[in-house]
Design a binder for this molecule. Structure first.
Ligand SMILES: *[C@@H]1O[C@H](CO)[C@@H](O)[C@H](O)[C@H]1NC(C)=O
Ligand SMILES: *[C@@H]1O[C@H](CO)[C@@H](O)[C@H](O)[C@H]1NC(C)=O
Ligand SMILES: *[C@@H]1O[C@H](CO)[C@@H](O)[C@H](O)[C@H]1NC(C)=O
Ligand SMILES: *[C@@H]1O[C@H](CO)[C@@H](O)[C@H](O)[C@H]1NC(C)=O
Ligand SMILES: *[C@@H]1O[C@H](CO)[C@@H](O)[C@H](O)[C@H]1NC(C)=O
Ligand SMILES: *[C@@H]1O[C@H](CO)[C@@H](O)[C@H](O)[C@H]1NC(C)=O
Length: 278
């Protein structure tokens, strides 16, 4: 239950996030799934809802995981828990298979009991809450007018690390640590690693050096205030940086980029981060 409360808080605080990566502040950013959601209470047919979402280069929501399902159910719960809400699942006829509007495979389902039904014309799918945040899918006629949710997955494009050399690239708050490859052993030559740290919307990332040793001329760690390489620099670090030095983002993201050149290496770095409110 705590998890759901935190998620709903994160979703509903997102309008205030300085770093909301979604198209407009009406969209809600869920950092757990790195997705943007736009609820619309304008009751629409499935086709009209689809057209509306495509105006934002988005689709009706496509659900491939429990995380997305939870985000959808949370939105429905707070916005209008008595309606069926369109999701981006449909079939061409009662004999056809259900397919997602973005063409991705149907590899996760949450049908309500007795669903999908064979009712004539019931070729489009909506989510309906039965109690609290618990709900499921049902197929209904596509011409029904219902609220809907537009969706943009993978809202933040992470620059790609060299996967053979680098630790995992994404880190979720509220606290954790990042290390150079092989730490505390020496990092390899020609490393090119990105670390995207995300904390809940409304919070900031406070990162602290535990240890930092690199080749002074040529092996750098860049700390960006945001989620992209184009985001402003908080620091460009090399050589020895004293333990306890800390840097703070202005929004919910911090991107660290580490590069080493083709010769000479050292132990690299260990840094810890926490989500802070101010
Ligand atoms: C949608 O994508 C196209 C092509 O990338 C772009 O030109 C257009 O500006 C985008 N529209 C919106 C509303 O983002
Ligand atoms: C529906 O899916 C099944 C199993 O994947 C497949 O055998 C069948 O051909 C599909 N039917 C249609 C109409 O695409
Ligand atoms: C289902 O397919 C989507 C899109 O291809 C993919 O991103 C997702 O990881 C898959 N989920 C599972 C549980 O296989
Ligand atoms: C560290 O540098 C030495 C000397 O340049 C090199 O031989 C060694 O392979 C490097 N270590 C790694 C892990 O790349
Ligand atoms: C960030 O972390 C450092 C080291 O733990 C601490 O001294 C500093 O007060 C923190 N800053 C904020 C704004 O919490
Ligand atoms: C990084 O530093 C933290 C804080 O001192 C420590 O708990 C953690 O074990 C260190 N990580 C590694 C891989 O040494």
């Amino acid at each position: 239950m705590l998890k759901l409360i935190l998620l709903s808080t994160a979703i509903f605080f997102s309008a205030f996030a300085q770093d909301n990566p979604c198209p407009t502040t009406q969209w809600k950013y869920d950092e757990t799934s790195n997705s943007c959601f736009l609820p619309s209470k304008h009751h629409s047919t499935f086709t009209d809802a689809t057209t509306y979402c495509s105006g934002f280069n988005s689709t009706l929501v496509v659900i491939h995981s429990q995380q997305i399902e939870t985000a959808v159910n949370t939105i429905v719960y707070y916005e209008d828990s008595r309606s069926v809400w369109w999701i981006g699942l449909q079939r061409s006829s009662p004999q056809g298979n259900f397919t997602w509007v973005d063409g991705t495979p149907l590899n996760y389902t949450d049908w309500q009991s007795g669903q999908p039904s064979n009712t004539l014309g019931a070729n489009c799918v909506g989510v309906f809450l039965k109690s609290g945040l618990t709900g499921g899918w049902q197929n209904v006629p596509c011409v029904q007018q219902q609220p809907f949710i537009c969706f943009i997955p993978n809202a933040v494009a992470l620059p790609t690390s060299n996967p053979k050399l680098c630790p995992p690239g994404t880190y979720q708050g509220p606290s954790g640590s990042i290390q150079s490859p092989n730490y505390p052993a020496n990092y390899p030559n020609n490393a090119d690693c990105y670390y995207l740290i995300t904390v809940a919307a409304g919070y900031k990332v406070n990162i602290t050096i535990v240890s930092f040793r690199t080749e002074y001329c040529c092996d750098w760690a860049y700390i960006h205030d945001g989620n992209a390489e184009s985001s402003p620099y908080l620091a460009s670090l090399r050589g020895v940086v004293p333990a306890g030095t800390s840097y703070k983002s202005t929004g919910q993201f911090m991107l660290v980029h580490f590069t080493s050149d083709e010769s000479t290496n050292d132990t690299g770095f260990n840094m810890t981060y926490t989500a802070v409110a101010n």
